[in-house]
Write a protein that binds this ligand. Structure first.
Ligand code: IMP
Ligand code: MG
Length: 178
């Protein structure tokens, strides 16, 4: 798998340090409240698992699976729900956990979808943010790393469903997908 990468962008150590920082920030913001973490499958799985281990706030977890990708490396703008929430979220403080925000289409859809569900609050926590690619403006509350416009894989992120198991984040060689 390593030879398919141009370079390692974010090391395992850097990821773990940042995950701890985000968990601390979230704990401080929600002190005596309860939280519902909603992970967006499948990309957020590694991040969600590591984040939760450092969260001290009382919480529940849930998952949604949506698809937005028309081709493999470009968003189609259309979002379909493949797996919905398994519990009501009214009166809950929700944090949506995402691997990466690119065009913003996925999160824009999810935020609108959640707005009708009477949650007390809905915030977004993303490991990676690619602001230069944004098509829709999104308020992001917790960001791990801002990255350039490069296609990255690892630590949950995939190309054609592969590379999710890498413990770090790397830039995929363009020759792999072009
Ligand atoms: P958005 O709707 O364009 O913001 O896309 C969000 C989704 O696109 C993410 O949850 C990822 O699954 C996928 N995605 C965007 N950029 C990358 C990348 O660089 N590597 C892997 N997946 C990506
Ligand atoms: Mg993906």
């Amino acid at each position: 798998m390593n030879q398919d990468l141009e370079k390692i962008l974010i090391s395992e150590e850097q990821i773990q340090e940042t995950v701890k920082r985000l968990a601390k920030q979230i704990d401080q913001d929600y002190k005596d409240k309860e939280l519902l973490f909603v992970g967006l499958l499948k990309g957020s799985v590694a991040f969600m698992a590591d984040l939760l281990k450092h969260i001290e706030t009382k919480c529940k977890i849930d998952f949604m699976c949506v698809s937005s990708y028309g081709s493999d490396t470009k968003s189609s703008g259309r979002v379909n729900i493949l797996k919905d929430l398994s519990q009501p979220i009214d009166n809950m403080n929700v944090i949506i956990v995402e691997d990466i925000i690119d065009s913003g289409n996925t999160l824009a859809f999810i935020k609108t979808y959640f707005a009708a569900k009477n949650a007390d609050s809905v915030k977004i926590c993303t490991l990676l943010n690619k602001p230069s690619r944004r098509e829709i403006e999104i308020d992001v509350d917790y960001v791990g790393f801002e990255i350039e416009d490069e296609f990255v894989v690892g630590y949950g992120l995939d190309y054609a469903e592969y590379y999710r198991n890498l413990p770090y984040i790397g830039v995929l060689k363009p020759s792999i997908y072009s």
